[in-house]
Design a protein around this ligand. Structure first.
Ligand SMILES: Cc1cc2nc3c(=O)[nH]c(=O)nc-3n(C[C@H](O)[C@H](O)[C@H](O)COP(=O)(O)O)c2cc1C
Length: 168
């Protein structure tokens, strides 16, 4: 499958099979996050793998889920390791972490795993629950697992803008 086909076939998965993910696949997803481009190649990403029972319990307290969550990655960046643009002081951390997460999401898809990117959580609660060091800023939560294929993608998945709407 070429990249365009893969990116079109990916969708946000809310329902997962109760089936563990082999470490080999989880490692490949992390590798994809390591291979992502970052500003000046400073690689400020710090990734928390959440797949032990106790960590999943913690996650369920931060992001109450009605569904079974097999594993997740909390993608953070180290605030002391980001590149800063001199003109306006803008730092690259959020952008770097977002690219890293996208790489991981697409690697999960290429491995036949489903995923969903979740932003709807309280950063303070997340930091406290997982005892995230002050210098790390959590940006993205990526839940991964084997999709329950009997459930169709959400209807929003099919709502894509046309080229005419996007290009200007
Ligand atoms: C930055 C970001 C944040 C998101 N946060 C949430 C979220 O908190 N809860 C949720 O159900 N979906 C979340 N999503 C999933 C989007 O709603 C979904 O990607 C979008 O509707 C397109 O659907 P698709 O991924 O199935 O193609 C998020 C996606 C992105 C990229």
């Amino acid at each position: 499958m070429d990249f365009l086909e893969l990116s079109k076939s990916r969708y946000s998965v809310l329902h997962y099979q109760n089936k563990p993910i082999p470490d080999e696949l989880l490692n490949k997803i992390v590798e994809a996050g390591i291979s992502a481009p970052t500003a000046c190649n400073y690689q400020p990403q710090k990734i928390k793998l959440i797949n032990s029972d106790s960590d999943i319990e913690k996650l369920n307290r931060v992001v109450p889920s009605r569904y079974y969550v097999p594993a997740a990655f909390l993608v953070c960046y180290d605030k002391t390791k980001c590149w800063t643009r001199k003109y306006d002081g803008k730092t690259s951390g959020e952008i770097d972490a977002t690219i890293v997460t996208t790489h991981m999401m697409m690697e999960a898809a290429s491995l036949g795993l489903g995923s969903i990117w979740v932003m709807y959580w309280n950063p303070d609660t997340m930091k406290a629950e997982f005892e995230i060091p002050d210098q790390y800023e959590p940006v993205a939560l990526l839940i991964v697992g084997y999709a329950d294929k009997s459930i169709d993608p959400h209807k929003e998945h099919f709502l894509r803008k046309s080229m005419e709407e996007v290009l200007f």
